[in-house]
Write a protein that binds this ligand. Structure first.
Ligand SMILES: Cc1cc2nc3c(=O)[nH]c(=O)nc-3n(C[C@H](O)[C@H](O)[C@H](O)COP(=O)(O)OP(=O)(O)OC[C@H]3O[C@@H](n4cnc5c(N)ncnc54)[C@H](O)[C@@H]3O)c2cc1C
Length: 472
């Protein structure tokens, strides 16, 4: 019987922190044994919930597109998502717009991602801002549109399910363990795609991560919908769009007044932008203004950061009401389900995309996606932001989606192998969808070719992606 190396990550119990250890066992075992640091042991049943070709962890822009792509290539696909809806930062973080699908009016990210945008537009849920094709959207229609496309593709959805561990044989992942109201369940797979944003599965499986010696991360921002806003006013009309034609999307008059108040001695929290983003409904905007240093992979740190940001939201809203007539009747209609995350873990892949390669638009033999958003680094304290505009769309190689030696793991989205600067462009949603599309196609191809993800025919992969409309 094969000895399994089980890596489960239960971090808290009533007794405090639990060690991340597990006893080994047979693949068919349905009892999982946990050990706490004081030697106490307890057992919990792990019910097998299914055997799949491809298991996708995380239902954000990278994950749902990956799931659709793999399913359309004939794979039996499971998609795991901790919330009761899909969309990741778009719907769980109120991050708008969906950036950036085009360069000077020509598509850069095509295929299934663009099909999704067109479908959302046909439902009245998207407004495409040409020539960059930044996409403003309705959060609720976004959730509905994704759900329809995923289910139509035949994907099995496991919502309200948190990935909490994986079982490996060497570096091959055998199954993942999820927790939901059924208890602990395990899903067996031939290939796994980590689209959790934070690289949870890769981390659990022991994949080395990009070094971050000084621990610097881009800040977290807690976005919210503000209603009762005069969206017909000149102030709002001039800054609600990201087409690069109507002027800066940062609302400069509000920014300047906030900086002035701070200079005059007002005790103001750090802020970014601010951005007042179009949500397709007159009188309402999605606001991105708060910011604080935070580590989304440290539960206590992130909890404290989120509590602070929730306070900050209401501080800023009261200032807006007092200082600007356009906001005098405004109110917080809803806060996002969670504070937004710009940066956390990324794998150390077979290839790491560097800023130099990225800015010079280096084209790789295995290019599978593109990016045209500026390199956009928000500073974790203060109001600063460094932006480098790209002169031409950049490329992403397939090798940034795989780690050496892990034969059945792909990553997509924010946790692919890049340096900090390249991530600062590739983290945007169109680019995450692009790498998701490639990961889904590659997963299905690796099963068809019966090859490790490092060994698949990348020419064939590129041909598949082009046949779907990817612009490579
Ligand atoms: C404040 C802010 C502003 C931004 N502005 C823009 C912008 O203007 N335009 C733009 O395009 N992008 C913007 N971004 C970036 C963009 O939103 C994200 O980088 C992008 O959504 C990442 O996509 P992803 O699919 O990799 O991860 P995510 O969108 O984070 O999706 C990951 C999914 O996995 C799920 N998940 C995570 N862990 C687990 C687990 N253990 N078990 C089960 N499910 C799990 C999550 O719930 C989520 O649904 C911004 C981000 C922030 C925070």
């Amino acid at each position: 019987m094969t000895k399994l190396d089980r890596r489960l990550f239960l971090k808290e119990s009533a007794a405090g922190v639990i060690a991340l250890t597990l006893t080994g066992g047979a693949a068919s075992s349905c009892i999982t044994e946990f050990s706490s640091p004081d030697g106490k042991k307890f057992k919990r049943p792990t019910a097998p919930a299914g055997e799949y070709d491809v298991v996708v962890c995380g239902g954000g822009p990278a994950g749902f597109i990956a799931a659709i792509a793999a399913a359309r290539e004939g794979a039996k696909v499971a998609l795991i998502e901790r919330y009761g809806f899909l969309g990741g930062m778009a719907t769980a973080g109120y991050v708008a717009p969906l950036s950036v699908f085009a360069f000077k009016g020509d598509l850069v990210i095509g295929g299934i991602p663009w099909e999704f945008i067109q479908r959302l537009e046909s439902m009245g849920g998207a407004f495409i801002e040409w020539p960059k094709a930044n996409v403003d959207f309705d959060v609720e229609l976004y959730k509905l549109c994704v759900q329809r496309m995923v289910l139509e593709a035949g994907v099995d959805l496991f919502m309200h399910s948190s990935l909490i561990g994986c079982e490996c044989v060497g570096k091959r992942i055998d199954r993942v363990v999820i927790q939901n109201k059924n208890g602990l369940e395990s899903l067996q797979g031939k290939v796994f795609i980590d689209a959790t944003g934070d690289g949870d599965l890769a981390w659990m499986a022991g994949v080395p991560m990009q070094p971050n010696p000084d621990g610097t991360l881009q800040p977290s921002s807690f976005c919210f919908v503000l209603s009762g806003v005069d969206t017909e006013s000149e102030l709002l009309r001039n800054c609600m769009y990201h087409d690069g034609v109507r002027g800066p999307s940062q609302c400069l008059p509000v920014r300047e007044r906030l900086l002035q108040l701070k200079a005059e001695g007002m005790d103001l929290p750090d802020f970014g932008g601010p951005w007042f983003n179009n949500v397709l409904h007159s009188g309402s905007v999605a606001v991105n203004i708060t910011r604080t240093a935070a580590d989304s992979c440290d539960n206590r740190n992130f909890t404290a950061a989120e509590c602070k940001l929730r306070e900050d939201i209401f501080t800023f809203v009261s200032i807006l009401k007092e200082e600007f007539p356009e906001f005098k009747d405004c109110y917080v209609a809803s806060t996002a389900p969670q504070a937004g995350i710009r940066e956390s873990r990324r794998i150390l892949g077979v290839h790491t995309v560097t800023a130099e390669e990225y800015v010079s638009a280096e084209r790789y033999p295995d290019s599978i996606s593109r990016g045209i958003h500026p390199i956009d680094i928000h500073q974790s304290s203060g109001s600063g932001q460094v932006r480098i505009d790209l002169k031409q769309p950049a490329y992403v190689p397939y090798r940034a989606l795989i780690a050496p030696d892990y034969p059945n793991l792909l990553v997509s989205g924010r946790c692919i192998s890049t340096d900090r600067q390249a991530l600062a462009s590739l983290r945007v949603q169109a680019s995450c969808m692009g790498t998701g599309q490639a990961a889904g196609a590659a997963a299905a191809q690796s099963i068809k070719e019966k090859k490790a993800v490092q060994e698949i025919d990348t020419d064939r992969l590129v041909e598949t992606l082009k046949s779907w409309g990817a612009v490579l």
